[in-house]
Design a protein around this ligand. Sequence first.
Ligand code: GLU
Length: 283
Amino acid sequence: MNSSIREILKDKKRIVIKIGSSSLTHPETGALNLTKLEVLVREISDLHNMGKDVIVVSSGAIAVGRRAAGLGHRPSETKEKQACAAIGQARLMMIYQKLFSEYNQLAAQILMTKRTVMDNLSRFNALNTFQELLKLGAIPIVNENDTVSTYEMQFGDNDTLSAIVAALIDADLLLLLSDIDGLFTDDPNSNPNAELIHVVEKLDDHLLKMGKSTSTSDVGTGGMASKLTAAKLASAAGTDMVIANGEDFRNIHRVIEGQDCGTLFLSHKKDEFYLMDYLEKML
Ligand code: GLU
């Protein structure tokens, strides 16, 4: 049954892929893992060559900037994070541009803040930009505009941002690549008997409670709780979601080929879904 459900993933046309900082960097040094990035870019380029619209939500600005600036500690002060993001986002895009151009792909950058989606006009403009970029055959690479977003207008984590982007552009699939294989019956870091859940047909309160923070990463911000919040939004918007391990970016084609990889959350589109109502409750 699991494998036949997975068949639906083969037909997904518009796909948002979220990559966490921990999947892009070497844990020992915090520097970018270029070998992995090459695989990532090749996988995404191939999806695009298959005729799919691919939108990337990439973290890493702060982690890359912190390393570039030689900061020994994880920045905690807002201005420190903002400065690291300013340095790191430019570096990250430079590398994405280089790698994507090797595969003849057009990469584009979109930086958003909470204000972009809360304000009706900005949200409308952002949607138009996404649509135009996809029409041009570009691959939008999205991040929060950390350099100018302070806590009162922050999404907080890119899991939430990626679900908002997926809902905004009416994506068919949201793929969260993280430092964990998927959703488990318990925290696999503390319970060796925890089992991977392959398919979540309905995200109920019991499952939401299981989303206690399980991320132990030193670089990302979203734990399992934020991924389940993303799943809730994606489901209401009619977007199926998969959480898979970003340790191996070849998981991207495994998921799209319908292989049993990660946790698939089936969507239940709410007829009355209106993104703005959702955002008001969430953000
Ligand atoms: N926007 C942050 C960055 O690029 C990451 C947020 C997150 O990992 O959720 O560094």
